[in-house]
Design a protein around this ligand. Structure first.
Ligand code: DX5
Ligand code: ZN
Length: 222
């Protein structure tokens, strides 16, 4: 799907008035996925974009869409995001009562399914989801905003997920999201993370294409 370390720039930090330009830029820069942050103003304080935007992105973008749902009651909206063209749908363990059934329903619909976990939630909460998920997303900031500082206490969680995936004999992707950049990438990849979300570190850089390559290199050098 991607090399040893994949990069998923978060368009939350892109210029929404020039989104097509910014997406072409990261596509040319060698990004692997487009990370789409959906926030509902309820599960997280911020409100961002929704189904119509994913539908429009799907028509325009060449890269697959990694749709991170930071929403309450994800069960209701997941089918709409899949129909809109999401290639990966991530739901939060904190937002759903029956995560395994939800992950299975996403996969049955032909989409990749991921479970995300917030910094304050003990990692044991997602233990049983691991054999059911194509990807586990370990949040390294409290979700809601881009540009926050990386929380080092999340490093250990990546190591734990990696160990459980090995135990279960599954080849899950481990994605990390929040404050990831050149300085923090290797802290996570050295523990088993293989897909790095970067918002500010990519779109806030003077040269986002160079930033993608620098972050990937940093993630591969441990
Ligand atoms: C945080 C979002 C992230 C965010 C990442 O709530 O889920 O994807 O946009 O931004 P940076 O990389 O700037 O922390
Ligand atoms: Zn995200």
């Amino acid at each position: 799907m991607f090399g040893p370390i994949g990069i998923a720039p978060s368009i939350l930090s892109a210029d929404f008035m020039n989104l097509e330009r910014d997406i072409r830029m990261i596509e040319e820069g060698g990004a692997d996925w487009i990370h789409v942050d959906v926030m509902d103003g309820h599960f997280v304080p911020n409100l961002t974009i929704g189904v119509p935007h994913v539908k429009a992105l799907k028509r325009m973008a060449k890269l697959p869409l990694d749709v991170h749902l930071m929403i309450s009651n994800p069960e209701r909206q997941v089918p709409w995001f899949i129909a809109a063209g999401a290639d990966m749908v991530t739901v939060h363990i904190e937002a759903t009562q029956d995560p395994i059934a939800l992950l299975e329903s996403i996969k049955e619909a032909g989409c990749k399914a991921a479970i995300a976990i917030n910094p304050p939630t003990p990692i044991e909460a997602i233990r049983d989801c691991i054999p059911h998920a194509d990807m586990v997303l370990v949040m390294s900031v409290n979700p809601g905003f881009s540009g926050q500082s990386f929380m080092p206490e999340c490093i250990q969680k990546v190591a734990q997920v990696s160990a459980w995936a090995k135990q279960d004999g599954v080849d899950s992707i481990i994605e990390v999201d929040g404050g990831i950049g050149v300085k923090t990438a290797a802290l996570m990849t050295s523990q088993g993370a293989d897909l790095l979300v970067c918002g500010n570190a990519c779109f806030g850089a003077p040269d986002p294409k160079q930033a993608i390559s620098d972050i990937r290199k940093a993630g591969e050098s441990f």
